[in-house]
Unconditional design. Structure first.
Length: 230
């Protein structure tokens, strides 16, 4: 099998519409409100903190929110912890999104604390994300306290029935058919986050076209022997 079957097409840009909400409907509605209103002065809650396990969709939500804010005419800045040194933008009425707050360095923690302090005056709102509830963040105490005062949501993981339904739907949109045994194998033995499942589906789609074979468990096993990680 040639290596090209493992080439992955670029991911669809993250939006709130293509985030599979599951039990996170209220969270998605709040993020949408935060992003789409022209100024934080209109919001009942100014700052939001999202936390959840790796692969839960935290980064997707932040990227989608930043895109929605810009589409709605609201200034938006999106950062990972590594992007921040000793300052954050003071753009009036902007939404400032910061991912992986647990990885902020000492100067970046001060920058985020200062952003909290001036947010009321400049109309900014903060959308933050990390891997644990605020009490579990290893940050300076004053910043951890400020994060704890945000509106806090845990990004709830999808259950297996939801994952199976999503895989089937994604396959149908491509004109593919995934057998129950392929879906069951992926959920039992593979990485369970949606990004990884989409990556495997991309590879299966390419292999099916190249080899003119339906997507079956033997095809999946053959691809794994040639380097596909599930």
């Amino acid at each position: 099998m040639k290596q090209l079957v493992l080439d992955i097409r670029p991911d669809t840009p993250p939006t709130l519409e293509n985030f599979v909400a599951g039990t996170n409907a209220e969270l998605v509605a709040t993020v949408s409100l935060l992003a789409s209103l022209g100024t934080a002065r209109q919001l009942p809650v100014r700052h939001v903190y999202l936390w959840g396990a790796p692969g839960s969709g935290r980064s997707h939500l932040l990227r989608a929110a930043a895109a929605l804010a810009r589409e709605s005419g609201r200034p938006a800045h999106l950062f990972t912890a590594a992007d921040i040194d000793d300052n954050l933008p003071e753009t009036p009425d902007a939404m400032v999104a910061v991912d992986d707050v647990d990885q902020l360095g000492a100067e970046a923690q001060i920058a985020l604390f200062n952003a909290f302090n001036r947010a009321r005056g400049n109309g900014q709102s903060l959308l933050l994300a990390g891997p644990s509830a605020p009490l579990g963040l290893h940050l300076r105490e004053d910043l951890r306290t400020r994060i704890g005062q945000c509106l806090i949501y845990e990004v709830q993981p999808l259950d297996d029935d939801s994952r199976a339904g999503i895989l089937g739907t994604l396959a149908e949109r491509r004109g593919l058919r995934l057998s129950d045994e392929v879906i069951d194998f992926l959920l039992r033995h593979g990485r369970r986050d949606l990004a990884s499942l989409r990556t495997v589906l991309d590879a299966l789609d390419a292999a099916s076209l190249e080899r003119k074979r339906p997507i079956t468990l033997p095809l999946l096993r053959e691809m794994m022997q040639h380097g596909l990680e599930i």
